[in-house]
Write a protein that binds this ligand. Structure first.
Ligand code: 13P
Ligand code: ZN
Length: 260
């Protein structure tokens, strides 16, 4: 099995264990174009073509492993090819077909995932994986106007423990509530990523993260949610956490050569 698919199964198991993947919650897509052999690439379609809902010029002939819609992460962890499938983007750049192994329809969030992959390729980014999941504490933050303000949650999360800024150096973007699976949500997600975030919150819904591979995308969400847990633990102990100072965060930024 392809290493990217094995790694996706491992991450799906972590998502379930963390309680972030109730029922069919969350989805993963990985651009596997560079890892597939030519025989697999030449496989005939077993289903499709199906419309994407968007035209994505940089994805022509690309291949993705996608979690299936309504499929469970905990099932994907055990058997990735029954809870997901490999798709090929057609020459028209606006439709896809399923080539392996079973005709499992991809996630309902495909428009957001593929639009972001198109944007990343256009930019020459090395990022090949995108993750949408429902991390409890980060989602809870988005139920407050205060934390939805630009970079207010980022500042708080970074200040909880130095590793947060070191390993999620672009912070947490915020996207106001939009219908799951919609093109509007896809466009707003790209805009937030373009504003220089690797991880963005979908208000009252979940997180969307991109990175070189799916383990790294998971790690970014994991460090952010850990920081949220430290904030909550302090509040539960009866005090507002002090947080690292601006000077301490600045020192860290310089020492680790972080972007902002
Ligand atoms: P899918 O089962 O279609 O992937 O949807 C899960 C989800 O989290 C939608 O936002
Ligand atoms: Zn969701």
């Amino acid at each position: 099995m392809l290493k990217e698919i094995k790694q996706t199964a491992e991450v799906a198991g972590y998502l379930w264990e963390k309680g972030w993947a109730e029922r069919n919650g969350g989805n993963i897509t990985v651009n596997i174009t560079e890892s597939l052999d030519s025989a697999t690439k030449a496989l005939p379609a077993i289903a499709g073509p199906f419309p994407i809902g968007n035209t994505l010029p940089h994805l022509k002939g690309c291949f993705f492993y996608c979690k299936g819609t309504q499929k469970r992460m905990r099932d994907l962890a055990r058997d990735p090819m029954s809870a997901g499938s490999i798709i090929r983007i057609c020459a028209d750049c606006s439709s896809y077909e399923i080539i392996a192994e079973q005709p499992v329809m991809p996630t309902s969030e495909l428009p957001s995932h593929l639009s972001v992959h198109d944007y990343l390729l256009a930019k020459g980014s090395p990022y090949r994986a995108s993750l949408h999941t429902h991390p409890i504490e980060l989602v809870a933050l988005t139920h407050s106007r205060k934390w939805m303000e630009k970079d207010v949650a980022t500042r708080m999360l970074w200040s909880m423990i130095p590793e947060t800024k070191a390993f999620c150096p672009r912070g947490l973007g915020m996207v106001p509530y939009m219908l799951p699976g919609s093109i509007e949500l896809a466009d707003a997600t790209i805009k937030a990523i373009d504003d220089d975030y690797d991880v963005v919150m979908w208000e009252k819904h979940g997180v969307f993260a991109v990175d070189t591979d799916i383990m790294s995308a998971f790690d970014q969400v994991d460090v952010l949610n850990k920081a949220a847990l430290i904030y909550i633990a302090s509040r539960n102990m009866g005090f507002e956490p002090e947080g690292m100072t601006d000077a301490q965060l600045k020192e860290l930024t310089t020492a680790f050569n972080l972007p902002k």
